[in-house]
Design a protein around this ligand. Structure first.
Ligand SMILES: [Zn+2]
Length: 185
């Protein structure tokens, strides 16, 4: 009986999650700056591109928020971009961090920015290994993108190395995303 009640409660929580989407640490929450400008990103896209930042790994919200601020400053001040390059990022703490968000075109993969959403794992996945929590967060984000109509349900998932000359998203993370259902060789 207790199990039955617990199961019902779990079902309700899962439904609630499906309705409200994945929890995202907003730019305001991580202390980000306002973008200098923005270009609209179309919806109904056919692609999602997975990256790694090739920078430091972080495993707490405080450390990942610091990483986000450092990266945004690098992208805006040193590279001269309008904002942090990615649409969303996945921290080593297993949380999703808002980059440019759903409807703003990213600067993450040359020639692919207008056709895809760019999701980047914080860390260098030639050495770091993605955790179960990170993988679950990324998959939930992609499911959310489908439910919002931002990407098509039959979207194609690529690692950055498939669309550009780069080792991104690192060998370990690339081996992981090869197992995801929308990945295409
Ligand atoms: Zn990349």
């Amino acid at each position: 009986m207790a199990f039955k009640v617990l199961f019902s409660l779990l079902a309700v929580l899962l439904c609630a999650n499906a309705v409200f989407g994945v929890k995202v640490i907003s730019k305001a929450q991580w202390g980000g700056r306002t973008a200098k400008s923005r270009s609209n990103l179309a919806s109904g896209l056919s692609y999602a591109v997975i990256h790694h930042t090739a920078g430091a790994y972080c495993s707490t919200q405080a450390a990942c928020s610091q990483q986000m601020r450092n990266m945004q400053s690098y992208h805006m001040d040193s590279l001269g971009w309008s904002d942090i390059g990615y649409n969303f990022l996945i921290g080593g703490d297993g949380q999703v961090y808002e980059g440019r968000g759903w409807s703003t075109m990213g600067a993450h993969a040359t020639n692919w920015n207008s056709k895809s959403i760019g999701i980047s794992f914080m860390g260098n996945y030639n050495n770091d290994k993605s955790t179960a929590a990170q993988i679950a967060a990324a998959k939930a984000l992609l499911a959310d993108a489908v439910s919002r109509g931002q990407i098509k349900s039959n979207y194609i998932l690529y690692g950055h190395r498939q669309v550009g000359s780069t080792e991104c998203p690192g060998n370990n993370l690339y081996a992981e995303i090869k197992k995801w259902s929308n990945y295409r060789a």
